[in-house]
Write a protein that binds this ligand. Structure first.
Ligand SMILES: [Zn+2]
Length: 477
């Protein structure tokens, strides 16, 4: 028979150094919430500063009628703290050692653990902490919401506090890390943050003035306060779109308290049940179809069943905000179309390679200009070739993949229910003859708008033929 035991904080697995100290923080936090009539808490008892303790400032047990009761309460603290300790140790050998030597005595048990496991920070621990510091960033660890800057500053402060005193980051380093991360997570603030980051001592906006301790160093608190206000109003005015943390900082051996900030930020108002995620980093693993919720969260109205092949979790918040506003996006186009079943699909198109699902910054192709016409022609040729091959291999093994929702041929830029103006012949475009297949809708859409442009200009009625023509069909800005 198994019974479910509820733990109040992450259990200790017997690893010395940082893991132990982290566990001890959890233990002390938990024990500080348990107090009795004497006014002392379990944590006080572990520190020996509870009523009747020998530590500095411990209140004495009052003489007279109350004394017996107070002694009993102290004994209870002794037993209860022992119970809390062993309950939160997963290493069964260690539990046996404690039970043999310190049964029912929390103080002695903790002293023993301190001698055994509160070992000096090793080089390896520091490396671990450095790695954590470098990898921490706003998008992954706190997400984008009104309080991102505040939550991120708290996270940095806590990470710094976990470091041994001699190895803590200075206010300069703290502020630089903050500015760097603000710059990285928002194009909107990039320039501002980098200007402060690169400013020399003496000309910085956030600097401790002369005459104060630490004069001349960067003013971390001032900087946090400033950017927190700017960031909040940018989120409120939808200049930056909200986004849940892309990764939750639960690493093996980390305690629950460690991820509290992230979880807190995770639960921030604007995130709803739609943003559920497994506790591990899910970047690149969730099907893009599910990333549609990011657009909805940012305020884009999308009908139920809208599909995509783009992972919008990879699209930075400023760009999401631009998409939602319908403004000019940088490095990609956002397009929407409807398939034969009126199923809407949305995708982004890279303005470098004209490929679907990523933007210029993420583009693996050489950074070269490619006109729409050029790429459309290539896609058409590729489609024809694929169709020819399919014809040749006709039969049960033709291997044609099923066409996903939102991509059923023919595709249109408006749903069927849309009443087109007499000039627009969109919905009748190219419906005859072809048998469907692995059409590239985006190419089709592009091809449509390209040919529309050409037609309205009353010039060429067919696609240009030479490569040069393709390069000329757009005006380079
Ligand atoms: Zn690309």
């Amino acid at each position: 028979m198994t019974t479910e035991i509820k733990y109040d904080f992450e259990r200790f697995d017997g690893r010395p150094g940082e893991p132990y100290r982290e566990w001890r923080i959890g233990l002390m936090n938990f024990c500080s919430t348990k107090a009795d009539e004497s006014g002392s808490s379990w944590a006080d008892h572990l520190l020996d500063i509870d009523m009747g303790g020998a530590g500095p400032g411990a209140p004495a047990i009052p003489p007279g009628a109350q004394s017996l009761k107070m002694i009993r309460l102290r004994l209870a603290r002794c037993k209860n703290t022992y119970g809390a300790i062993v309950k939160h140790i997963s290493d069964s050998d260690l539990v046996k050692i404690l039970a043999t030597n310190f049964f029912g005595n929390g103080q002695l048990a903790l002293n023993y653990l301190n001698t055994m496991f509160d070992t000096p920070v090793r080089r390896q621990d520091l490396r671990e902490l450095d790695k954590k510091w470098i990898e921490t960033n706003i998008l992954n660890d706190v997400g984008v919401n009104e309080d991102s800057v505040m939550n991120f500053a708290k996270l940095l402060t806590r990470l710094n506090g976990e470091r041994p005193a001699a190895n803590r980051h200075s206010d300069n380093e703290m502020t630089e890390k903050l500015l760097e991360c603000i710059a990285d997570s928002s194009r909107h603030f990039h320039e501002l943050a980098m200007t402060e980051y690169n400013a020399l001592p003496g000309s910085r906006k956030f600097e401790v003035p002369a005459g104060l301790p630490n004069a001349g160093s960067r003013d971390f608190i001032g900087c946090v306060d400033h950017y927190q206000r700017l960031w909040r109003s940018a989120v409120k005015s939808r200049m930056i779109a909200t986004m849940p943390p892309q990764k939750r900082i639960i690493s093996p051996g980390s305690s629950r308290t460690q991820s509290a900030d992230a979880i807190e930020a995770y639960a921030v108002k604007s995130f709803n049940a739609g943003a559920r995620r497994s506790p591990t980093n899910t970047r690149n693993t969730s099907p893009p179809f599910h990333s549609i919720h990011i657009l909805r969260q940012a305020g884009l109205k999308l009908d139920k069943g809208t599909t995509t092949t783009t992972n919008f979790e990879e699209v930075p918040p400023d760009d999401i905000a631009m998409i939602v506003k319908g403004g000019k996006t940088d490095g990609f186009d956002f397009e929407t179309c409807y398939d034969a079943n009126d199923r809407r699909s949305v995708d982004i198109i890279c303005d470098c390679c004209r490929g679907v699902g990523h933007m210029r910054r993420q583009c693996p192709s050489p950074k070269q200009y490619r006109s729409f016409g050029y790429v459309i022609k290539l896609l058409e040729l590729a489609r024809n070739r694929t169709e020819q091959r399919a014809q040749q291999n006709k039969g049960p093994t033709s291997g044609r993949r099923p066409i996903p929702r939102g991509q059923r041929f023919p595709s249109r830029s408006q749903p069927n229910s849309f009443q087109p103006s007499p000039r627009s012949a969109n919905s009748s475009y190219d419906t005859g003859g072809r048998s469907g297949g692995n059409e590239c809708n985006v190419a089709r859409e592009l091809s449509k708008s390209a040919s529309k442009t050409i037609m309205t200009e009353g010039e060429v009625k067919s696609m240009p033929v030479s490569l040069d023509d393709f390069f000329e069909d757009e005006i380079l800005s």
